[in-house]
Design a protein around this ligand. Structure first.
Ligand code: BMA
Length: 328
């Protein structure tokens, strides 16, 4: 697919597998799934809900590795091809000049976003309950931790890859201290990545697969049709939560305005590695690599809170699908 609607750099070397013939879906799974097994490193119980970015002609990432004590940690990793990863056996030791923020309680569900000249990491950070931790790195070796973005309780903090209206911008999901049975996506902006305000409601729960709570997934992708947001939605079944993914298009200048939003899911836990694991029935996207020249998209998601998986789509097809199947 040439002349894609994506605004961004060409990334011809992202992982890619063509759509299987006969596939009716807008998103399809990698035949190599799960690409990261739960025990890739000796310390890990599970490696999932992780974020990757292009880095120095290859790829780097920040990975959720719950250890064998079942403590939630985040680790850095590198890959030549985006599929086979080397992950540090030890968690990231953040450099932090703020004594109140520095003690590490727990960290999970990282996102990584390149803005201007560095890679920012956001994650769910334990500080008297979950909130959004923030750090930056230039090299995936030294990570400088900044102030937490919000008061507890909050999860799924996802930065936009450029300033909007002159400000840094973030989506997040205010929540509670437990396995939150509610949750809408909000937008906030900041002049300096420390002070966050001008909070706006973006979207809430609606029936079916997104009826209990929703949360932003990968860093939004800029297109000529709006910001393409892949997000997770949760249904409460008689066997517990079911985590699926959908897509939305947000206004480029005022991203709290939802232009379109999929009524059907685009990915739901159906493969065995999504249905069976430490938490069954979870497909949880946290990152996407996009080649602007072709619109090819590689989506990284956690399977069953246990392994890391890859799925593929064409942005142009996904945007057309979002419009054609929109509830907004
Ligand atoms: C959420 C987060 C995710 C996890 C999901 C399903 O609240 O903790 O990390 O994938 O639950 O257990």
């Amino acid at each position: 697919m040439a002349n894609s609607i994506v605004v961004g750099p060409a990334l011809p070397h992202i992982p890619w597998e063509p759509k299987p013939s006969g596939c009716q879906d807008v998103v399809w799974r990698s035949e190599r799934n799960p690409i990261i097994p739960r025990d890739l490193i000796p310390s890990s119980n599970s490696i999932f809900n992780s974020a990757v970015v292009p880095f120095e002609g290859a790829f780097a990432g920040v990975f959720r590795c719950d250890d064998k004590r079942r403590h939630m940690q985040i680790h850095s990793g590198r890959s030549a091809d985006g599929v086979t990863w080397e992950i540090a056996n030890d968690p990231i030791q953040f450099v932090c000049d703020i004594p109140e923020v520095a003690p590490f309680e727990y960290g999970y569900d990282p996102r990584v976003c390149f803005i201007e000249d560095r890679y920012y990491v956001t994650w769910c950070n334990g500080y008297h309950g979950p909130t959004i931790g923030l750090a930056y790195t230039h090299d995936f070796e030294v990570f400088q931790q900044l102030e937490n973005a919000y008061l507890p309780f909050n999860r799924n903090g996802v930065l936009f890859p450029r300033r909007i209206r002159g400000k840094y911008a973030m989506l997040s999901r205010p929540s509670d201290n437990g396995h939150t049975p509610f949750g809408d996506i909000f937008y906030s902006e900041s002049p300096d990545l420390t002070h966050w305000g001008c909070h706006r409601h973006v979207m809430g729960t609606v029936g079916g697969w997104q009826s209990t709570k929703i949360g932003a997934g990968p860093v939004p992708i800029e297109t000529t049709e709006g910001w393409l947001l892949i997000y997770h939605g949760v249904l409460t079944s008689c066997n517990g939560f079911v985590y699926s993914a959908g897509a939305a298009l947000l206004d480029l200048d005022e991203p709290w305005k939802v232009l379109h939003r999929t009524a059907p899911y685009i990915l739901s836990p159906q493969a065995v590695y999504e249905c069976v694991g430490d938490t069954p029935n979870v497909a949880f996207p946290c990152a996407a690599l996009c080649d602007a020249d072709t619109g090819r998209l590689a989506i990284y998601y956690g399977g069953a809170d246990t392994v890391t998986c890859l799925a593929f789509a064409y942005v142009d097809e996904l945007v057309a699908f979002t419009k054609a199947n929109s509830m907004a």
